[in-house]
Ligand binder design. Sequence first.
Ligand code: PLP
Length: 636
Amino acid sequence: SALYKVDGWGAPYFAVNSSGNVAVRPHGAGTLAHQEIDLLKIVKKVSDPKSKGGLGLPLPLVIRLPDVLKNRLESLQAAFDFAIQSQDYENHYQGVYPVKCNQDRYVVEDIVKFGSPFRFGLEAGSKPELLLAMSCLCKGSPDSFLVCNGFKDVEYISLALIARKLALNTVIVLEQEEELDLVIELSRKLSIRPVIGLRAKLRTKHSGHFGSTSGEKGKFGLTTTQILRVVRKLEQVDMLDCLQLLHFHIGSQIPTTALLADGVSEAAQIYCELVRLGAHMQVLDIGGGLGIDYDGSKSTDSEISVSYGLEEYASAVVRAIRLVCDRRSVKHPIVCSESGRAIVSHHSILIFEAVSASVYDTPSMSPLGLQFFVETLSEEALADYKNLSAAAIKGESDTCLFYADQLKQRCIDQFKEGSLGMEQLAAVDGFCDFVYKVIGVSDSTRTYHVNLSVFTSIPDFWGIGQLFPIIPIHRLDQRPAVKGILSDLTCDSDGKIDKFIGGESTLPLHELEGGNGNNGGCGYYLGMFLGGAYEEALGGVHNLFGGPSVVRVSQSDGPHSFAVTRAMPGPCCSDVLRVMQHEPELMFEMLKHRAEEFGQEDDGMANAALAGGLAHYFHSMPYLVGSSCSLTAMNN
Ligand code: PLP
């Protein structure tokens, strides 16, 4: 547990149990000992067709934990309720979930259901997101906000107005000044009085990767001049009462509460100015940015860590708004936030399996081998070899390294010219590896091949270098003997994970024990944690690997027991082919005809079986399903 810093990034939801496996505490700090769920048991149950009630779902697998989602929502609400109460703030907190973080139907439906007692709403940033938010909120509280952000055209604004007509508490947030004319025109045309918000471009800027959203040159929002023009125009058309919400978003992963308070204070000033100018302001929407401590370091200078928790965040927000509003004698607004990462990150775990590992070849040199290649070396290479031997006798490791590298390069050149054969080149490699080992510079990092696509399942690692906690989910009571990196199934050299939390370039791993996994893999399972936000929504189909299988798992009665309430295999080959406009049915027909055509020369039965066999591939998963664990010999 200490090696993988589980207590740092995992608390209060993940811990290592007495069997050495990762256990989930679905109700966070309130979880009782008998409610803990062993993650390995879920994986076995879901993926092993032989286990009792086993589902035989292929890996990789996303395990969703609705109990965790509920706990996150309730904890966020409780943090704001506490801050409001303890600071005598005279209004309430009413958050929204930005569906872009994870648009999965069951995630959004769960959030609406769990958040309905405290009027938790949704935020949409495009027309399809608005459609899904509208239909999900039909089952929510009538007071829940439906915040419409993003770039808007006639259709988007019309749909948002229709949502209002359907008695959904919809706010159209202007991201660009031009949207105002459309809102005015369409609301008149449809005879629907809109509730309007505006997104302010704050001067407060956060410096990390995610801060490019903010500051005067940020991509989104209205400048001070534009805000004033919007107010004037609304006044002219007698619609200033429609302007009720002020929104800003200074970027995800806000590193400190000091920066947060700075941004919130600036926005609160704009809010008070809008009140002074006659708008019927009700809500201050502070956007997203509530951060996650991915490495558990609580550090302020790392983009993957934050130095505060939910309570400190809520307290800083409430204090900043109250201070400004009290000074300006303005009624405290409803506080709305659009936290995405902080709500959904913990509830989903990606499980994948090692399918093979490179073997570290212990270099061994026989005198014969040495003799064999020395004879064939060029004059320069021979000189290198002699210098290398002399340096080795004197124990001069830097000189050894210099001549070993030079010897190797000269031999590669000789091979390219054709004056050295493959056996000889291999002997040179072996000899140099032997020298590297003796002088202590050999790289013993091993590569574990995993049944996964980084591009599909961890796109932020590939795209922006974001790190997530990745650890074996079992054997944590055994000391890992290997330092490894993870290499995925894609034919792409970027499809590897070679940076880990804590700034490490390798991950401590256990030796593979052989092919006893559920799908023919090695039975060595790893989990990527805290990836519930953005990763599924952003992942692509590089190499036509689709999404993983998904299960929903709830804590149920009985000691350490759980119920799989939903199980979906990942997309099959036909599904991913369709994404790229291929037509699997036609493709199959084409291949079937081909089988029949060539079958005439062969025996008919075999070819019918061939066509049947082809059909199977269209329905199978793109990931490895029947691979057997192998230890691939590779020189590292
Ligand atoms: N609101 C807006 C407008 C955003 O752009 C984002 C994401 O960048 C969010 C909310 C969610 O932010 P976070 O996931 O940091 O809570």
